[in-house]
Design a protein around this ligand. Structure first.
Ligand code: UFG
Length: 330
């Protein structure tokens, strides 16, 4: 089996490529290196001890994609490439709509033209909007609060419509909850551009002394300790979810949440990090961050039932591996 992975040197893409190679699946990676490093390809090779092909290419480049797919005859595409910063998407909506939608359209177009029958898309729990957890795949999607989330919902729609019109084009939409952690080798992980927006990379940078203290965004939510609750999932578990989706023979459009089904508050996560790594994380409580919801966690039963996939790694594994990577990187 030969698979094209767009954004395959990014955080989730790189971990997924490792899992694919470990299953002896042939991989061609494209990445424009906007938010990824070329050295990540060497580290993927080191971990898997198997080769893969890397081509620097932008997924908005239709002609490049077309030539690549005609050359390789892929069995499937896993599409990770995309801008992903919520705040930036509010400031630069056109950049987000152009890049995230055009890459999805081009890849789907080439896939249908070249009879590539499997397409897996990186979606997000953000499509559920401010609904009530646990989120199930069949829930009506609510309004998104930012262009980034909107590009995920729109891409889901575009791919679903393309599948309905092309019976051989089978689409799996994977809705990720909060991916954290890193490969246990410490060789690949999350390297945010600039000041991290997300909780875990901020925590690891405070632990390393790069940032002075963490700001906890609000402690007056209706949760166990007043701080926001999320469904954190180890990125290696998440990566394995893609392999399970790829190997499934389900046809048409299939949607799966990839989460653990368990919620953890910000303070619970900080405490787990401090305890497991024997470190102190200075923090202060500040105002809520606009656009945040109180509670987000998955109903994870569908992926277990239909893909025989479930997240196995614990919060302790997540905080340990995140810190192991942060210590190694830079
Ligand atoms: N938080 C802090 N301090 C920080 C960063 C985050 O207290 O410095 C809190 C947030 O308020 C939230 C929790 O930590 O309660 C998690 O925040 P993240 O930014 O790590 O993650 P989000 O749930 O806000 O966002 C994630 C993905 C988005 C996706 C969204 C909804 O990063 O891409 O889930 O699915 F859109």
């Amino acid at each position: 089996m030969k698979i094209l992975v767009s954004g395959g040197l990014g955080y989730i893409g790189s971990h997924t490529v490792v899992e694919l190679l470990e299953k002896d699946i042939e991989v061609v990676i494209i990445d424009n290196l906007y938010n990824a490093q070329k050295e990540t390809h060497d580290n993927i090779t080191k971990i898997a001890n198997k080769p893969s092909t890397f081509i620097q290419m932008d997924a908005t480049d239709y002609d490049g994609l077309k030539a690549l797919c005609q050359l390789h005859h892929f069995d499937g595409i896993i599409h990770f490439a995309g801008y992903k910063a919520v705040g930036e998407s509010v400031a630069k909506p056109l950049m987000y709509y152009y890049n995230n939608l055009l890459s999805t359209i081009n890849l789907a177009r080439v896939a249908t033209e070249e009879n590539i029958q499997k397409f897996i898309f990186s979606s997000s729990a953000t499509v559920y909007g401010d609904g009530t957890s646990p989120f199930s795949e069949d829930m009506a999607l609510l309004e998104r609060t930012n262009p980034y989330g909107e590009t995920k919902a729109m891409s889901e729609r575009i791919l679903s419509d393309a599948s309905k019109a092309n019976p051989n084009f089978n689409v799996t939409l994977l809705r990720y909850f909060n991916p954290v952690g890193a490969h246990m080798s410490g060789l690949i992980g999350e390297v945010p551009n600039g000041i991290p927006n997300n909780l875990m990379p901020y925590v690891t940078q405070v632990a390393k002394g790069i940032r002075e203290k963490l700001s906890v965004f609000g402690n007056d939510y209706p949760t166990i300790d007043g701080t926001g609750v999320r469904d954190y999932i180890h990125v290696v578990d998440l990566a394995k979810g893609h392999v399970a989706a790829l190997l499934s023979d389900k046809k048409g459009v299939n949607i799966y949440n990839l989460g653990t089904g368990k919620g953890t508050s910000v303070l619970e996560l900080i405490n787990a990090f401090m305890k497991e790594n024997n470190l102190n994380i200075p923090y202060q409580i500040v105002d809520r961050r606009p656009g945040d919801i109180a509670i987000s966690y998955a109903n994870a039963e569908k992926a277990l039932k239909e893909l025989q996939w479930e997240a196995k790694l614990t919060i302790e594994d997540m905080v340990r591996d995140a810190w192991h990577f942060e210590k190694n990187v830079r």
